[in-house]
Design a protein around this ligand. Structure first.
Ligand code: ADP
Ligand code: MG
Length: 274
């Protein structure tokens, strides 16, 4: 992977879709690894009690490991829980443990319950180009914390029949958070995942998504690939598990698009501000 231009400021990207199994975690860890292989410094925040992103990055996340739960509920510094990912330089992870399952309830009674992740990220002093937040499949307080902390929303969409159902609810939540808590929040990126170009349904759904979200959908879609689904059981992303595979190459290309679109957006914003 060649080097890519790095963003002027850390891009905080929330990978969300309240539907389970659409490729949130897979896309979070592989895009993060791909961006790191392109030369960026990247932190993955695992915000799903399942801890699948932590597992896929080979990060120890048994119950006693300092985790994002301690950050959100106990007010621990993010720096105290971040671990380096051993086989990818520049890639880091704030793991989730099973404790996080209780956080959704515990957060309810805490002060500034919606902005605890934002505060933790603001207080993190290590230089980073990207923070990717892997959300659970719900729109509860954990996802709200991510939406308050982030600036960009990345929505992975699986090209199947019900793909667009439920998306309206996510978009309304993004609007609500934008209106009340985080004026800069917007959907910047839509990624088509598990795409099988041979089926007519997949290409129809892909076309429908591209018609609705012309500017946000990446040109690159992620193919359905056994190598992608095997990698986590080796505690690896497909980027190191099988770097030459179609899955790895498509995540590298998607990461490149994300990096270049970010630079284009920065330039447009700078011009607009003049
Ligand atoms: P989510 O985080 O949205 O619940 P996951 O990323 O865990 O979704 O993906 C759901 C399942 O689909 C996992 O078993 C994962 O390995 C598999 N998967 C994800 N992307 C692909 C792909 N491109 N090709 C094949 N399997 C995939
Ligand atoms: Mg997941």
């Amino acid at each position: 992977a060649e080097g890519l231009p790095r963003p002027a400021a850390t891009r905080v990207m929330v990978v969300a879709n309240q539907k389970g199994g659409v490729g949130k975690t897979t896309s979070t860890v592989n895009l993060a690894a791909a961006l790191a292989l392109h030369g960026a410094r990247v932190l993955v925040v695992d915000l799903d009690p399942q801890g699948n992103a932590s597992t896929a990055l080979g990060i120890d996340h048994h119950a006693s490991v300092p985790s994002i739960y301690d950050v959100l509920v106990e007010g621990k510094d993010l720096a105290e829980v971040v671990q380096p990912v051993v086989d990818v330089e520049g890639l880091f992870c704030a793991p989730a443990t099973i404790d996080l399952a209780g956080a959704e309830i515990e957060l309810v009674s805490l002060v500034a319950r919606e902005s605890r992740l934002q505060r933790a990220i603001d207080g993190y002093e290590q230089p980073l180009d990207y923070i990717l937040i892997d959300c659970p499949p719900s729109l509860g307080l954990l996802t709200v914390n991510a939406l308050v902390a982030g600036r960009e929303v990345v929505i992975p969409i699986q090209c199947e029949y019900y793909a667009l159902e439920g998306l309206g609810q996510l978009l309304r939540n993004v609007e609500l958070v934008r209106g009340h808590l985080n004026p800069q929040l917007h959907v910047s990126t839509i990624l088509l995942t598990m795409y099988d170009a041979r089926t007519r349904l997949a290409s129809q759904v892909a076309q429908e998504v591209r018609d609705h979200f012309a500017a946000e959908v990446l040109n690159t879609s992620i193919p359905r690939s056994v190598r992608i689904s095997e990698a986590p059981s080796y505690g690896q992303t497909v980027m190191t598990y099988d770097p030459g595979s179609s899955g790895a190459l498509s995540y590298l290309e998607a990461a490149r698009e994300i990096a270049l679109r970010g630079i284009a957006a920065e330039t447009a914003e700078a011009k607009g501000a003049q």
